[in-house]
Design a protein around this ligand. Structure first.
Ligand SMILES: NC(=O)c1ccc[n+]([C@@H]2O[C@H](COP(=O)([O-])OP(=O)(O)OC[C@H]3O[C@@H](n4cnc5c(N)ncnc54)[C@H](O)[C@@H]3O)[C@@H](O)[C@H]2O)c1
Length: 251
């Protein structure tokens, strides 16, 4: 379909852009015509430098810690200076730790909650302020998870709590944003082949047996949905959770 899901003239910011899913999202948004700010905690990593080179003039790279309000403010200021504004936020950065309830310390609980929830909050707030001041509407896509619905396969209590929170946060953003022309939606992947899955599950070969489709998702299969939700064609979709899990959970 010619012109479907094009993002020409749009300005996007992707958090966690050096990671498996973040890279795929940034690449897709750029291929659809958007200028893309690639944000990660350490922007000097090779993956991000190479991605920026691949995207070319439409890319900017930002080192920022999304748990730090000053760092988030500086990043959004840089985007406004360079792109002249912002139209799309993809709140993708996230971490997990392979721990169960008996192993999770208060410090590790706080670190997961800090990145996955507080970081998403700080970036969503900054984006909403830009969208409100511009008066042009906007798009927020949040990265939830299948575990936000059904709990984690293993005992990742902090991670599953943070992802359930993302699902709820998105709905409130959607209600607030509705009067400002802003949509907010969650993408909820199942198992995606990225470094995070290696952290959480090692190379457990039985993982694919849990997926009716019989394989893990490729990061681009998540990115394609983010592109759609960021596009004009998704303008009437807000507050939704889009499940992308190969049939692991059917609701
Ligand atoms: N991989 C999966 O199977 C899966 C499934 C469901 C949801 N998700 C979600 O998708 C998102 C991306 O996951 P991924 O698999 O690509 O993980 P990943 O580990 O490959 O990438 C995460 C990125 O976030 C960045 N990051 C971490 N803390 C940060 C901080 N404080 N400030 C800025 N950047 C920070 C990391 O540096 C990394 O580049 C996460 O929110 C994750 O919870 C992943």
């Amino acid at each position: 379909m010619a012109g479907a899901f094009q993002l020409t003239g749009k300005r996007a910011l992707v958090t966690g852009a050096a990671g498996g899913i973040g890279q795929a999202i940034a690449r897709r948004l750029a291929q659809a015509g958007a200028q893309v700010a690639l944000l990660d905690i350490d922007a000097s990593v090779a993956a991000l430098t190479e991605l920026a080179r691949e995207i070319g003039a439409g890319a900017m790279v930002l080192s920022a810690d999304i748990t730090d309000p000053a760092s988030v403010d500086a990043a959004f200021s840089s985007v406004k200076d360079r792109f002249g504004g912002l139209d799309i936020l993809v709140n993708n950065a996230g971490i997990t730790r392979d721990e169960d309830i008996f192993e999770i310390t208060l410090d590790s609980w706080k670190s997961v909650i800090d990145v996955n929830m507080t970081g998403a909050f700080l970036c969503a707030k900054a984006a909403m302020e830009v969208f409100r001041d511009q008066g042009t509407g906007g798009r927020i896509v949040q990265m939830g998870s299948i575990v936000g619905h059904q709990g984690a396969l293993k005992g990742h209590l902090h991670y599953s709590a943070s992802k359930s929170a993302i699902h709820g946060m998105t709905k409130t953003l959607a209600r607030t944003g509705a009067t400002l022309g802003v949509t907010a939606n969650t993408v909820a992947p199942g198992l995606v082949r990225t470094p995070m899955i290696a952290t959480a599950h090692g190379d457990d070969p039985s993982l694919t047996e849990k997926v009716p489709i019989g394989r893990l998702a490729d990061p681009d299969e998540i990115a394609a949905s983010v592109q759609f939700l960021a596009s004009d064609q998704a303008g009437y979709i807000t507050g939704s959770v889009l499940d992308i899990n190969g049939g692991m959970l059917m609701r």
